[in-house]
Design a binder for this molecule. Structure first.
Ligand code: G4P
Length: 529
């Protein structure tokens, strides 16, 4: 049995990530969340804003800024009675694999929607990923200080497009220049908005009771009447908050506000810390591991290179599933079967890299990685656990990579395999020749790989076009049938960085034909590490 204090500490953890479409306001909300977590004094100090634009314009530029921006990969701060771990996800869609894997390390998500635009593409995609694990979702409708769409219509859109029931917790009073604040349905309070105070925590005027005459005075008779009418409609037409449905990922509490104006973010945080689940258990091949289990365990969901430009280190981000990390402890690196002493893990309290003394279930720690740690690796206190569910996604773009100096083939191969183990890119070696084919989910990954090959592995490489349009991992439990398939499909088969059999299809038509011809083989779009 864990002692009561530790149990309480575990239950106080809230580990979440933000999902949104670029420009919906993720960076701005992060900043305001940190402001409320007292991790920063004044908004406007979080660097790495607008990752997406940087990524689009020039990766090298991003590299320069990386030392700063990636330290905000994980941010830990106290809020109310909770310790919150906010995991950042790359803004640019070319790094979406990283984002997907980060979503395996959280227990809940905040979905930010631009209230003028509604549900957008990337949000849709990310929601598909959260659905795999029924992750509870809190929704924030942002940018109410601008002209927005009708709030009821926004809820309808979330319900129909994302198949997620909505339960409004606050309701907006006007929008754009007429934005006056929100009515907090659960607290029966009107909270008034004042513009121009976005950079700090503001004292807000709160009026208790919807029917309080002060409301009419504060927002005007017309808006007050409309608000009461709207609410009657909303209460009749929308769902009530239901904790069970929220925890099973079927219903989302919805908040309205403006991140820029720093209004409503605290209501959302109150809801998130109150309702979002404490560290959940995780499935391993052996058994389900609960956050209340005593022995230490965790899995690596992301590896990041060059966190600090002065030290060319890589950091492996590990989500602790159970137990306690203490400085200098021994952990079993399960895949390679070795015990390692970890004396210098980093935590991310308030965005700074500091040496962690202890960390518990729900927390993220960073391990210095000298090339032995891979995405998906499990660490334990001796038990041969292997956590499941950390995905690789079939790449959608392919290029052949060629060396400028042919004598460096070994380094190239080593570099590519290491980068693929990190999840930076995927590499395929066709069975019929000695080509090396790089597969990526986004085009920017190609540039990153060539740059890193040059700086970290001292090889100059260039790309050539290749007619591969998609890849699938192949699985067949019947050895004989697998051999027959290998012979027949030989020309299209390859091994990936982890020696897994893959099918490289020149066209979708070709893929569909092969799938039809070989019903004994599974063609998989995702593969677990
Ligand atoms: P992202 O990380 O999701 O990509 O979005 P980010 O926070 O960078 O916000 C995108 C743009 O939207 C920024 O403007 C930001 O200031 C603005 N924004 C965020 N929240 C609100 C809000 O509540 N109201 C209004 N009116 N705007 C908001 P930008 O012009 O692209 O950047 P900047 O020059 O302001 O930094």
């Amino acid at each position: 049995m864990l002692d009561a204090k530790l149990l309480e500490d575990i239950k106080s953890r809230r580990t979440f990530a933000i999902i949104s479409h670029p420009d919906a306001g993720k960076t701005t909300i992060t900043e305001k969340v940190l402001l409320f977590g007292r991790a920063i004094q004044k908004a406007g100090t979080v660097k790495g804003r607008g990752n997406a634009t940087h990524a689009k314009s020039d990766w090298m530029e991003m590299e320069k800024e990386r030392g700063i921006s990636v330290t905000t990969s994980v941010m830990q701060f106290p809020y109310q009675d909770c310790i919150v771990n906010l995991l950042d996800t790359p803004g640019h869609e070319d790094f979406s694999e990283d984002t997907y894997r980060t979503l395996t390390a959280v227990d809940s998500c905040l979905m930010v929607i631009d209230a003028a635009k509604g549900v957008e593409d990337r949000t849709r995609k990310l929601m598909e990923v959260t659905r795999l694990r029924d992750t509870p979702i809190v929704t924030f409708m942002n940018k109410l200080d601008r002209e927005t769409r009708d709030p009821m219509e926004l809820l309808d859109e979330v319900e129909s497009e994302l198949q997620m029931m909505c339960a409004p917790i606050t309701w907006p009073i006007g929008c754009g220049k007429e934005f006056k604040g929100v009515y907090h349905i659960h607290r029966d309070e009107v909270i008034l908005y004042q513009s121009g105070q976005g950079s700090q925590i503001q004292e807000k005027r709160v009026i208790s009771g919807l029917n309080n005459p002060d409301v009419d005075q504060a927002i005007g008779d017309d808006l007050a009447t409309q608000l009461r009418d709207d609410l009657e409609l909303v209460m009749g037409a929308s769902n009530e908050f239901d904790e069970e449905l929220f925890l099973s990922g079927e219903l989302s509490p919805v908040y309205f506000g403006t991140a820029l104006g720093n209004f409503g973010v605290d209501h959302m945080l109150d809801g998130l810390t109150q309702w979002a689940p404490p560290p959940k258990s995780r499935q391993s091949e052996l058994r389900e591991v609960s956050s209340e289990d005593e022995g230490f365990s965790g899995f690596v969901f992301k590896i990041q290179a060059n966190m600090d430009p002065k030290h060319r280190d890589r950091i492996a981000f590990m989500r602790i599933v159970s137990g306690t990390y203490t400085k200098g402890m021994k952990m079993r690196h399960v895949r390679i079967g070795k015990d390692v002493t970890i004396s210098d893990a980093v935590t991310f309290m308030a965005g700074d890299r500091t040496s962690a003394q202890t960390a518990i279930a729900g927390d993220i720690i960073g391990l210095h990685n000298h090339g032995t740690i891979q995405i998906g690796d499990t660490f334990s206190q001796g038990e041969a656990l292997k956590f499941t569910g950390i995905p690789n996604f079939a790449p959608e773009m392919f290029r052949r990579i060629r060396l400028k100096d042919p004598l460096k083939q070994k380094q190239l191969q080593k570099g590519l395999i290491q980068l693929s183990e990190e999840g930076a890119v995927q590499v395929f070696r066709p069975m019929r020749n000695n080509d090396l084919i790089v597969g990526a989910v986004g085009v920017l990954q190609f540039d990153v790989v060539v740059h890193r090959l040059r700086t970290e592995y001292k090889v100059e490489a260039v790309y050539e076009g290749i007619s591969v349009s998609t890849a699938r991992w192949c699985r067949c439990d019947d050895e004989k049938k697998l051999e027959a398939f290998k012979n027949k499909a030989h020309d299209n088969l390859a091994l990936d960085g982890g020696d897994n059999l893959s099918y490289l299809a020149p066209t979708m038509v070709n893929l569909n034909l092969s799938v039809e011809r070989h019903p004994e083989v599974e063609f998989l779009k995702t593969r677990e590490h």
